[in-house]
Design a protein. Sequence first.
Length: 292
Amino acid sequence: MHRNFGLTPKFGIDISFQKDKDGRVRGYSVIDHAEKIAFDGSKVMKLSELIDFAIKPQRKPSPLDVYRGLFTVEVGKDSIGNYMLINVKDGSTYSKPISPRQYAWYNGVKDDEREDVGLTIAATMFSEEILTEYLMRYPIHNHQERIKSMAVVKHRNGNYCLRAALTDGYMPLIELTSEEEAKFRSLHADEQARQDFLMSIAMLHLTRKDAEAVKDRIKQNTQSKAGVRILPSRPQDYSPEISQVFTFNLANALSSLNVSSGSSGYKREHEVGNRTRYDDIDNRQSGTRLTM
């Protein structure tokens, strides 16, 4: 059996497999037609590695594929307990403790099933973070146009907060972390940089609110499809069956929000009929249009 890696046998390179009488591959040779040289394949690469590389089966399409392009998963155990960590493709990292049942589920399946189980648990545990990361890239609302003004004020608990005045009259009060406060103070000499920094905080806060709203719709839909009276209050307590329903609902939401389109949601609001893909999510999940 030959496998050609060049343009033609005359100028390319062939790999010739040797089989025994039962048809099993026992070895291979590498043939360089241009130089008229043959090599013992075992001195180039182990046969097992070559076969795994050359004839690795293709993965069947799955709703979980939307997550593979967003993040990778790690599961471990430390002195505190079991944990899961996701590495988002833009460099962000999130870590949370997982339950003994989730840990056992992940480690109790076959090696070729572990990635899918890890993605399912991750989508359950990090749904809000996943949605926020995604919506920061492909927003469903133009929050920047909603913000009229911003100011840093001191809260009665002594901490500093960002107060944003929105066009609809809503004025969220966003408490600054110690790092954000220090960063804001360090920009005292550059007012434009201060405003840009505050805008990034306000945009993140409003995007998280969008993510929470989408997650609530997904939870309602999951409860209905899973046929349970109430969902556990913590995602760590979801059964594998409920996690799978939730994960597929979230995958459908991300797909409907068009992960790879490169166009933002607020621009899509002006498409034909003033209808967006996000409207379809709302209708499928609640029968009503989501309002913010």
